[in-house]
Design a protein around this ligand. Structure first.
Ligand code: NAD
Length: 481
C-alpha cells in the first residue's frame, strides 16, 4: 500500500506564558503517526518557566463579570467553529485520528464552550432561613462560589488533544480561575492553538499559560509548587496514582483509565448491540477512556452477535487519516499498535479465536474481533487502548455483573436489554460511574457529570457543571433578616 504524504508546513511552536510566546533551545518533535513525518516542534519548558507561569497566575486576580466570561467563551466558540477544518486537520496530524473523528471532536469542543458560557451566567448561590429550629434567629445564610486562591494545574492525555483540554480550560474561565496547562507531549499543538483562540476572544492572558515539555523535567514542579492549589489530571492509572501521592494537600481531580463493558442480555436486539459494539470499540481508534473494551454477551445469542460484529468491523474503513472517507486512522504511535498486537497474540495463544483483524502496519492497527476470550486474559484484564473487540460469553445476570465488576476499573458501562428488572439491577449493582442502557458507555452531554470510581478515579466528576464546582469553593455569609 502506498502512503500519501501530506504537504506540511512544520510548526515551530512557543510556550504561552501568560500570553507571551517563549522559545527554548531544547525542543520536542511532534510527529504524524501515519507517516512518521515531523509536523512540528514544541519547546522543552524549564523549571523556571513553570515557576514563572505559576507566579504570574497566582499574582493575578481575575475580575471578569459573568457577562465578560460568557462573551469570551461564546466568542472562542465562534472562532473555533470558523476554524473547524484547520483544527480538525491539526488534531489528525498530531494524533493520527481520522478526519471524521477529529471533526466530531472539534464540534464537541464548541459544545463545551457553549455550556461553559451559559453556566457562567448562572448564579448557583443558595439561601437558608435561620428560623428553622426553636433556637433559630432572624437571619439568613447565603452561599456564593469563589475561584480558588491559588493556581490550577491541568495535565491532559493524548487521546482527545482538544476535548480533554477544553474540559479543563473552559470551566476554569467560567469560574474566573487561573490555570497552568501541560498538554501531552505527544499532542501539544492543538492546546497551543486553543490558548491563542481564547486570548483572541479576550481572555486576560494571565488566566491561562500553556507549558510543553518533558513530564519528567517539569511535571513534579506543577504538582508541588506552593502557588498551586489544585491539580486536575486526565490520563492513565499509574501516573494518576503518582500524582495522588505527590500533590499533597492540593485539591485533586483524577480522571483515569477505563475498562468499560458492553453487556448484551438474552433479550437484546442483536443488530443494535453489534452496531453499538463496533462504534463503541473503534471510534477514535479505540482510544477513549470510555471505549468498549470488553463485550460480555449472553451465550444464547453470542454466535449471532459475533457474526454481526464481524460484519460491522469489516465495514470500517481504516487507513489514511487524511482521507475524508476513512472511518478509523492510526493509534497514537507504533508502540501502542504493537501493544495491541501483543495482547491479542497472547490471547490467541491462550485459546481465544481471532475472527477479524490483528493486522498492523506501523501505527495502523486493524479493527480486531476476538471471540471466546476469558476474563483472566491480559487483553481484558487491563485496559487495551486500541480498536480491539474481545467477546466473553456468560450464562446468568449474576455472572455478567461479577465479570463487569471484576477488574480494577470502574468508569462507565453499556447494557443492551429492555427488561426493567435487569436494568434496575445493573444500575444498582455495577460498580461504575455511569450506566448507559442501549447506548455506548461514552455517551454523555458535555454538561452532564462524568467520571469513574475504583482505579478510574476518586469519584469527583468532570463535565462542565461538576468541573465548575470542583474549581470553586463555597463561601457563606449571613445577614440579619
Ligand atoms: P498518561 O497517563 O501516559 O499521560 C497523561 C499526562 O500525564 C500527559 O500529559 C503526560 O505528559 C503526563 N505525565 C507523564 N508523567 C507524569 C508525571 N510523572 N507527573 C505528572 N504528569 C505526568 O496517559 P496517556 O497515555 O496520555 O492517555 C491515555 C490514558 O488516559 C488511558 O489510560 C485513558 O483511559 C486515560 N483517559 C482517561 C479519561 C477519563 O476521563 N477518565 C479520559 C481520557 C483518557
Amino acid at each position: 500500500m502506498s502512503m500519501h504524504l501530506p504537504q506540511i508546513e512544520i510548526r515551530r511552536e512557543a510556550l504561552r506564558i501568560a500570553g507571551e510566546r517563549v522559545q527554548r533551545p531544547e525542543t520536542i518533535e511532534v510527529t504524524y503517526p501515519y507517516t512518521g513525518q515531523v509536523i512540528g516542534t514544541v519547546p522543552r519548558a524549564t523549571l523556571e518557566d513553570v515557576r514563572r507561569a505559576c507566579r504570574i497566575a497566582r499574582g493575578y486576580r481575575p475580575a471578569l463579570t459573568r457577562h465578560d466570561r460568557y462573551r469570551i467563551l461564546m466568542r472562542a466558540g465562534e472562532l473555533l467553529a470558523a476554524r473547524r477544518d484547520e483544527v480538525s486537520r491539526l488534531i489528525t496530524l498530531e494524533s493520527g485520528l481520522s478526519l471524521k473523528d477529529t471533526l466530531y471532536e472539534a464540534g464537541r469542543a464548541s459544545d463545551v464552550l457553549l455550556f461553559a458560557a451559559n453556566q457562567a451566567l448562572v448564579d448557583d448561590g443558595q439561601v437558608f432561613s435561620c428560623d428553622l429550629t426553636h433556637h433559630g434567629k432572624s437571619r439568613k445564610v447565603y452561599t456564593l462560589r469563589e475561584p480558588l486562591q491559588g493556581v490550577i494545574t491541568a495535565i491532559t492525555p493524548f487521546n482527545h488533544p482538544l476535548n480533554q483540554v477544553i474540559h479543563k480550560v473552559a470551566p476554569a474561565v467560567a469560574t474566573n480561575n487561573r490555570m497552568v496547562l501541560k498538554p501531552s507531549e505527544k499532542t501539544p499543538l492543538t492546546a497551543l492553538l486553543l490558548a491563542d483562540v481564547l486570548y483572541e476572544a479576550g481572555l486576560p492572558p494571565e488566566m491561562l499559560s500553556v507549558l510543553t515539555g518533558e513530564p519528567r523535567e517539569i511535571a513534579d514542579e506543577m504538582l508541588t509548587h506552593p502557588d498551586v492549589d489544585m491539580v486536575t489530571f486526565t490520563g492513565g492509572v499509574a501516573i494518576g496514582k503518582h500524582i495522588a501521592a505527590r500533590a499533597a494537600y492540593k485539591r485533586q481531580v483524577l480522571e483515569l483509565g477505563g475498562n468499560d463493558p458492553l453487556i448484551v442480555m438474552e433479550d437484546a436486539d442483536v443488530e443494535e448491540a453489534a452496531m453499538l459494539a463496533a462504534s463503541g470499540s473503534y471510534k477514535n481508534s479505540g482510544q477513549r477512556c470510555t471505549a468498549i473494551k470488553r463485550m460480555l454477551v449472553h451465550e444464547s445469542l453470542a454466535d449471532r452477535f459475533v457474526e454481526r460484529l464481524v460484519a460491522h468491523t469489516e465495514a470500517v474503513r481504516h487507513g489514511d487519516p487524511m482521507d475524508p472517507a476513512t472511518d478509523m486512522g492510526t493509534v497514537i504511535d507504533e508502540a501502542a499498535a504493537r501493544y495491541c498486537e501483543q495482547v491479542v497474540g497472547e490471547a490467541i495463544a491462550e485459546g481465544a479465536r481471532l475472527r477479524h483483524g490483528n493486522v498492523r502496519r506501523g501505527a495502523l492497527y486493524a479493527p480486531t474481533v476476538l471471540d471466546h476470550v476469558r476474563p483472566e486474559m491480559a487483553v481484558v484484564r487491563q485496559e487495551t487502548f486500541g480498536p480491539v473487540s474481545p467477546v466473553i460469553r456468560f450464562k446468568t445476570i449474576e455472572e455478567a455483573i461479577a465479570l463487569s465488576n471484576g477488574t480494577a476499573y470502574g468508569l462507565s458501562s453499556s447494557v443492551c436489554t429492555n427488561r426493567l428488572d435487569y436494568i434496575t439491577r445493573f444500575v444498582r449493582e455495577l460498580a461504575v460511574g455511569s450506566v448507559n442502557i442501549r447506548e455506548v458507555p461514552g455517551y454523555r452531554l458535555e454538561l452532564t457529570p462524568f467520571g469513574g470510581i475504583k482505579d478510574s478515579g476518586l469519584g469527583y466528576k468532570e463535565g462542565v457543571l461538576e468541573a465548575m464546582k470542583s474549581f470553586t469553593h463555597t463561601k457563606t455569609y449571613s445577614l440579619p433578616w
